[in-house]
Design a protein around this ligand. Structure first.
Ligand SMILES: *Cc1c(COP(=O)(O)O)cnc(C)c1O
Length: 716
């Protein structure tokens, strides 16, 4: 610790260092950094929704310098800056060792959405969260990687519920000054401006850079004075507007993204399309090669080895399709430059003549490799796209799989990070002799030790579970109080008695896409009422999720759940937390005892929210779909139904709701409430251990990104 006051030069360094840290998302997965910003201004931290950039704007430079004279605070700042420095510096890493060629020619990762943190709400759901976690792990592993997406100034919508319990959407404008992003500048210090052709117009765009640890993600932004108003608003909202907006956004993402890399002098070795939205990038790569004298066929042949494609859903609506008129209109310049007539141009996105142009088809056609996001999803995708590969047997259809994961440190809640840090004997989180917290928490050896009761006792795991459940319940009470302020019907609930901190708490939070069947469990209404009112073994439910703005069926599901929560015998035992986002997700996956997942099999390609639960000791109870088929081993959670499904949807819904209730009453509730003489549910805790040992080291993005690298990125 320093003695005596800090010199002005030292203060300058520390202040500059803190600003640098706020402009790198690294702080979003570093506990110590977050605690510093929180302590600087606790109320702003809460009010500004954990936005370190905005907090530093809130605190005057003078105040910051004064507070740095507190030796204790100062030494913590130095510790954080030291950790950041160590994280960023050149050293022996997985990427340096295993993928040195990607350092010079990185992976260009295109995604229409990226979900990083609650302060940057530019993701609609799991696809974006996955992209964000992919980037974070690419950074941890030190892979050559650069992401591209769009800067949605109004982000994804905020959810409010009206008097009829109907979801309404509102948008708030993001202020770049208060975000962890910085403008990409040219060598004159002006914003770097590029251009794409959309229909007959030239559309100008600039870019913002997000530093995700060691890797950049660029957000394209058409809000430029050169553009007509309609193009200035093109990047306003995530998947905003109609199909015309959509295709224009996708032209910007795919074609504009490639042009940005050219302008930056980045020469990617692989173009990874995260979902079909980005597939137009292939057309740009073809166009470039034709400019150098190749024919279309030669250029396409040479483009294929550069591209890989990940498909994310078997749901039809998840595959963008554009009609001929729209394609002809929006891509007229590209069509001319590729020297294709309209039929041949359309054929790039068609399996059969006369059908609309499908982005997935273009992506598959233009890629050297493609994959689904779980084993079952790989199978389903091969089936779905078999007709594109005439003469190939099902198993020969060139779509493999890499099962999704999560960025472990980014999802771990504060108390849990502290808990594991203590177990790793790294209370100050310092990296010693190259052995880093990031490395150790991701190592299977570490998680294997969780099986050992002398390493962690049942008692301390149970205490941790109680702490997390209590935090969730208090969070839900706070949120419900705020939510209900808007409701004027005098329907008063004593919020401090809402939800029971001792009760088995079941969580369900995800997009309210109808195939996820949020209200399925309430098909067993009378039975569920009995369960929640059981005095000895009570159960309660916390729900959250947004429906797509144009999905009325999804909104009806929300309406149903909220209605039950307010006007049925479930009142007080079922709550709906509004405005689901990354922050709500973190509270829920950590605080719930059981994570319920009941999609209509096989439509949940992977699902990732359940993976976030395991490291917190929340157990999965899920249909055998997506990742859970691979994760479940009979000891580490609960399976709803067999590894198969009936053909008829009605039959499926009926069987699945019956099975859900059955598993709940026959397996879940008994295991949770069977306590020994010390009040400890030994059997339950054994399952938690098994979940930690078997699931955490497997279903994370370290494993996933390494697989992408080994299977697809690194070309031998
Ligand atoms: C993890 C997450 C998702 C994805 O959850 P699924 O289980 O894949 O549906 C969606 N939204 C948010 C905010 C998340 O954190």
């Amino acid at each position: 610790m320093t003695s005596g006051p800090l010199s002005s030069a030292e203060l300058n360094d520390l202040v500059a260092g803190l600003h640098r840290v706020t402009h790198n998302l690294w702080w979003t997965w570093n506990q110590d950094a977050q605690e510093l910003f929180q302590e600087l201004s606790p109320r702003s931290w809460q009010h500004l929704y954990h936005n370190a950039v905005a907090v530093l704007h809130e605190v005057s430079e003078y105040e910051l310098r004064v507070r740095l004279q507190d030796p204790e605070f100062c030494s913590r700042v130095k510790n954080v800056l030291g950790q950041f420095h160590f994280y960023m510096k050149d050293r022996e890493t997985w990427g340096q060792t295993n993928a040195p060629q990607l350092k010079k020619n990185p992976v260009a990762y295109f995604s229409a959405e990226f979900g990083f943190h609650e302060t940057l709400p530019i993701a609609a759901g799991g696809l974006g969260i996955l992209a964000g976690d992919h980037a974070k792990s690419a950074s941890d592993l030190d892979l050559g990687f650069a992401g591209v997406s769009l800067f949605y100034r109004e982000g994804y919508f905020q959810q409010a519920i009206d008097q009829e319990n109907w979801q309404t959407e509102y948008y708030t404008l993001l202020n770049p000054r208060n975000l962890p992003i910085e403008p990409v500048l040219d060598n004159k210090g002006e914003p770097l401006v590029c251009v794409v052709e959309i229909a007959l117009s030239e559309v100008y765009f600039q870019a913002w850079r997000i530093n995700v640890g060691r890797v950049p993600v660029y957000l394209l932004d058409t809000n430029r004075p050169e553009n007509e108003q309609r193009f200035r608003e093109l990047t306003l909202r995530v998947y905003g507007g109609d199909n015309t907006t959509r295709i224009m956004q996708e032209i910007l993402l795919g074609i504009g993204g490639v042009r940005l890399f050219r302008a930056l002098g980045i020469e990617p070795s692989v173009y990874h399309m995260n979902e079909g939205h980005a597939a137009f990038l292939a057309l740009e790569l073809v166009r470039e090669k034709m400019n150098l004298g190749k024919t279309f066929a030669q250029a396409m042949e040479a483009t294929k080895p550069q591209c890989i494609f990940t498909t994310h859903t078997p749901v039809e609506a998840g595959h963008d399709r554009f009609n001929r008129d729209l394609i002809g209109y929006a891509l007229t310049k590209m069509q001319q430059q590729l020297k294709l007539n309209m039929d041949d141009f359309m054929a790039l996105g068609q399996v059969n003549p006369h059908e609309p142009f499908c982005m997935t088809v273009l992506a598959l056609r233009a890629s050297r490799a493609a994959n689904g996001v779980s084993e079952l999803h790989g199978q389903v995708s091969r089936h779905m796209w078999q007709s594109m590969f005439p003469g190939k047997k099902l198993e020969e259809v060139p779509i493999g799989h890499v099962t999704n994961g999560i960025h472990l440190l980014g999802w771990m809640k504060g108390p849990v990070r502290r808990f594991w840090r203590r177990k790793l004997n790294q209370p100050d989180s310092e990296c010693r002799k190259g052995a880093c917290w990031e490395d150790e928490i991701n190592s299977p050896e570490f998680w294997k030790r969780v099986a050992d009761p002398s390493f962690i006792s049942d008692e301390e795991l149970w205490a941790l579970r109680y702490e997390l459940r209590r935090e969730l319940i208090e969070f839900a009470r706070r949120r419900l109080l705020l939510q209900t302020h808007r409701v004027t019907q005098g329907d008063f609930i004593a919020f401090d008695h809402l939800l029971n901190p001792d009760a088995l708490t079941i969580g369900f939070a995800r997009r309210f896409a109808t195939y996820k069947r949020a209200p399925l469990i309430f098909e067993q209404f009378e039975n569920v009422v009995k369960l929640v009112h059981d005095k000895q073994r009570p159960v309660q439910f916390i729900f959250a999720g947004k429906a797509h703005p144009r999905d009325d069926e999804g909104k009806r599901f929300i309406q149903k759940v909220i209605h039950l929560s307010r006007f049925s015998e479930l009142k007080g035992h079922l709550v709906f937390v509004e405005n689901y986002d990354v922050h709500v997700a973190r509270q829920m996956v950590s605080g719930c005892d059981v994570w319920l997942n009941n999609p209509r099999r096989p439509l949940e390609a992977s699902g990732t929210s359940g993976m976030k639960a395991s490291c917190h000791g929340c157990l999965n109870m899920s249909i055998m779909d997506g990742w859970w088929r691979e994760g479940y081993d009979g000891t580490n959670g609960f399976a709803i139904g067999p590894d198969s499904h009936p053909d008829s949807i009605e039959e499926q819904d009926r069987v699945d709701s019956t099975n859900t209730y059955k598993v709940l009453t026959e397996e879940v509730i008994p295991a949770f409430y069977e306590r020994d003489s010390n009040g400890i549910p030994r059997q339950w805790i054994q399952k938690i251990r098994r979940a930690m040992v078997t699931l955490v080291p497997e279903f994370n993005t370290w494993r996933m990104v390494k697989q992408y690298a080994e299977k697809y990125y690194i070309q031998k």
